[in-house]
Structures are given as structure tokens and as C-alpha cells.
Design a protein around this ligand. Structure first.
Ligand code: LHQ
Length: 258
């Protein structure tokens, strides 16, 4: 059985971590496979939305700690550099909407991979744990970047230092995730949103993602310049024409994602 499962449906690529007996914790093989699948989802024009989730009762328990301490395993520094950093850069760099469907516990790098996604849905029974401090490590996989930006420095510090288990509803309340959903409704809700996103103007959404990425670090002046340039690009797209035509003709638009 493959270590990561994939399924393409209605323009949506589902990427499912598949080491359920290890709570989908990451080893080298799984990290490489996730990278490969993200790259191929980026390259495939028919894919217009990506959903990342886990098989079984966990989303992902972060790094496989047996591998991390094994003498013949990869070094800690190269685990971060070669396994997680490329995944986070791909999630942020792919100009298509990426959803996390957090189906169960998300700990360590697993939590931060979810938080790097554009929109995070989580089952109400799931929990987010910045587990790093419990084993003397620091939040990686973008944790020190995204957490303070998502929820503010005070909350980020508390979560990172205390490694408390945060329930999905609490995560939603503090703005860490988009939505906590009843467990039995999670798949249906995410499938509906993903299908909807895959029918939207993907090119414009991708440019929006690029603008948000840049906004973390830009001055207002630079961001306004960027918006001007990206808007000019969006304005040349098929989907812009289609959107305006459909509005004026009082019909539903049929976007191509271009
Ligand atoms: C696991 C794991 C796991 C292996 C559950 N590894 N087996 C980057 C660079 C380099 C080094 C280190 O790390 C990093 C980034 C990181 O991600 S650091 C953070 C690593 N993750 C953690 O510290 C979380 C460890 N796991 C847990 O605290 C618990 O398993 C949670 C809270 C996630 C779930 O608890 P339970 O629901 O009580 O499940 P469990 O603990 O009984 O786990 C079930 C099985 O999964 C068990 O195996 P077994 O053979 O006894 O059934 C665990 O050993 C295994 N497992 N996480 N990360």
C-alpha cells in the first residue's frame, strides 16, 4: 500500500498521508512522496484545488521520532531542510488553493503543515499540538512564521512553550483555522468547498495567494504596487472576461482557470 494515497476528483487532487498505525508521522519516504505529489499537482493544469488529509484517526503526528533518533537515519538538520522546508515552500508557492482537511490530531510538523495551507477545516474531535517543546525542539515547518501571524505573538508563545492540546473549535475561535466541523460532516463539507474552488478562476486565486504571501513582508506602498501589477495580469485572463460577460448577460460564469 502506498505511503501517500491520491485521488483526483472534479479537478481536485486529494493527498492522503497513509501511515495510520504511526498516526501518519513523517519519515523520509513519506516526505519525498508528498513533495513529488505536490509538484505534480502544480504541473497538472487539470488540478485546480488540492486537499491534504490523513488516513485513519490522525491527520499527522509530525516527525517519526523513531526515524529522528535512529543512528542510520537522516540528521535532524537535513530532516528540516530536505523534508519539511520544501513541503512548506511548495504549499505556499503553488498558485492554486490548498485546503487542509484535519481529520484527527495534528502535532508538531503535522500541525504546521496544516497551518501553512490556505484554508484549514478540522473535525471537532481533532486537536492541534505544538508538540516540539515537549521534546526540546522549536516549532519548525513554518511554525515560528505562521503562528504569530495567524494568532498573535502572545498566543503563539503560549502554544509553542506549553505544547497544550488545542481543540478544533478553540483553534477556530482564535483564528488559527478557518472552520471546525462536526466529524461526520467533515468530508462532505470539504469536498463541496474543494469542488467549488476547482470551478473558480484559479489563475486569479493563484495571484491572490501570491499577493498574500508577499504581504507578510511588504510595506503598504510596495503592496499597493504589487496589487496594481497583479491586477493588470488578472485583467488579461480569460476568466476575467468570462466573469464580466456572465455578469452582464445575467448567466452563470464558466471559468477555465486561465
Ligand atoms: C508515533 C508518533 C511519532 C513515531 C505517534 N513518531 N511514532 C523535525 C526535525 C527532526 C526531528 C524531530 O522533529 C521534527 C518536527 C516534529 O514534528 S517534532 C514533533 C514530533 N511529534 C511529536 O512529538 C508527537 C508525538 N506523538 C504524540 O504526542 C502522540 O502520539 C499524539 C498526541 C499525537 C497522539 O496520542 P495518542 O492518541 O495517545 O496516540 P499514541 O501516542 O498511542 O500513538 C499511537 C501510535 O502512533 C503509537 O505507536 P504504537 O506502536 O505504540 O501503537 C505511537 O508510538 C505512534 N506515534 N506519534 N511522532
Amino acid at each position: 500500500m502506498s505511503i501517500v494515497l491520491t485521488e483526483d476528483q472534479n479537478g481536485v487532487r486529494y493527498i492522503k498521508f497513509n501511515r495510520p498505525d504511526k498516526l501518519n508521522s513523517f519519515n523520509k519516504e513519506m516526505a519525498q512522496e508528498v513533495q513529488r505529489l505536490l509538484i505534480s499537482s502544480d504541473e497538472d493544469k487539470s488540478i485546480r484545488c488540492i486537499v491534504i488529509t490523513g488516513v485513519g484517526r490522525a491527520f499527522c503526528a509530525g516527525q517519526d521520532l523513531e526515524e529522528a533518533i535512529s543512528e542510520d537515519g537522516p540528521e535532524l538538520k537535513s530532516i528540516v531542510e530536505e523534508h519539511y522546508n520544501p513541503i512548506i515552500k511548495l504549499i505556499r508557492g503553488i498558485e492554486k488553493p490548498i485546503l487542509a482537511m484535519v481529520n484527527g490530531v495534528a502535532a508538531g510538523a503535522g500541525a504546521n503543515i496544516a497551518l501553512a495551507c490556505d484554508i484549514v477545516f478540522a473535525a471537532k474531535s481533532s486537536k492541534f499540538i505544538q508538540a516540539f517543546s515537549s521534546i526540546g525542539l522549536i516549532p519548525d515547518s513554518g511554525g515560528t512564521y505562521f503562528l504569530p501571524r495567524l494568532i498573535g505573538m502572545g498566543r503563539a508563545s503560549a502554544l509553542a512553550f506549553l505544547a497544550e492540546r488545542i481543540k478544533a473549535e478553540e483553534a477556530e475561535k482564535m483564528g488559527m483555522i478557518w472552520k471546525a466541523v462536526d466529524d461526520e460532516d467533515l468530508e462532505m463539507e470539504v469536498h463541496n468547498v474543494a469542488d467549488h474552488l476547482a470551478g473558480l478562476p484559479t489563475y486569479g486565486i493563484g495571484l491572490t495567494k501570491r499577493a498574500f504571501n508577499e504581504a507578510w513582508n511588504n510595506s503598504l506602498d510596495n503592496q499597493l504596487d504589487l496589487e496594481r501589477d497583479l491586477q493588470a495580469m488578472a485583467g488579461l485572463s480569460y476568466d476575467y472576461q468570462e466573469g464580466v460577460n456572465a455578469f452582464l448577460e445575467k448567466r452563470k460564469p464558466k471559468f477555465k482557470g486561465e
